[in-house]
Design a protein around this ligand. Sequence first.
Ligand SMILES: [Zn+2]
Ligand SMILES: [Zn+2]
Length: 363
Amino acid sequence: MKAAVLYEINTPLKVEEVTLDEPQENEVLVKIVATGVCHSDLHFMKGEMPQPTPFVPGHEGAGIVEKVGPGVTTLKPGDHVILMVAFACGKCRYCVEGRPTRCVENLPIQMMATLPGGGMRLHKGDQELHHLFGLASFAEYAVVHERSAVKIREDAPMEVVCPLGCGIATGIGTAINTTGIKAGESIVIYGCGGVGLSAVMGAKLAGAGTLIAVDTLERKLEMAKELGADHIINASQEDPKAKVMELTGGGADYAIECIGNVDVIMQAFGSIHVGGKCILVGMAPLVSMLSIAPFEFLLGKTMTGAIQGDIIAPIEIPRYIDLFMAGKLPIDKLITKNYKLDQINEAFEALEKGETIKSIIKF
Ligand SMILES: [Zn+2]
Ligand SMILES: [Zn+2]
């Protein structure tokens, strides 16, 4: 089968023939139908996160189960699934207490780029290839753990809903779950890429009062407005912190930072009022550090972060799809372009230049 392989950090992906082993215990073989192009892959491809090479990236995949390995009980051939970037073992304390995105197995899978348990099923000749996020969906097929796949309704268009495996669910989930926003409360969202715009949709759905979106690109800000932002701020033209203060009468109840940039994080933290909550979603490079006066915390301000919007995937993914199918969550508006697997480097270039919000590789 064909897959996009990264052999060395900071080099283009190579689309070539590779081999994929049969699914083993608790694993399933999924024929990938569509997969989103996401910044998170880029962070690993550029070496901003430590990562063994070579690896096959891609984690916003949707497809059809073709084969199941021994012991699989939750899926069967023919099931339509979305692959989830955050693995949940179902057994650790975080999974048991209902916070599966904090599963203890998550970090090792991300750092080692293997399937849960350390296995690798991808090869190029004698060389083993790592599975980024335990998924590796930039390929015609993927072998994943059954708990990495969520079953979805069969009438949902995979080329639209596949990013619910990562970025789109992260945005919606953060705005609804992590903030805990109540109807009428104010929120500012920094960064209007796929995650930020999804956060705008989530905040709207949750009944946000004053909903503010910040970016430096007018085109993305217009999209934020279309998706429900009451106010947009172009941070290249005015000081977003001061403007948020003015629009909210002293600071927002919540701020979400979707970029992973230290300066923007400080702007987001500076945009909340005493007792407000700032949530980090963007992946800042591992070496970056924040500098905050401890006094800020005596004022009851909170800064925290979340992986994948604190969602419980088997419950919330089908729910978001139902909302989309009912016309209440227009995630299709985020999809700007479709590419073929052979055009993957072109797709990442366009993403980096900000030309696309969410592009999809269609098989
Ligand atoms: Zn767990
Ligand atoms: Zn992603």
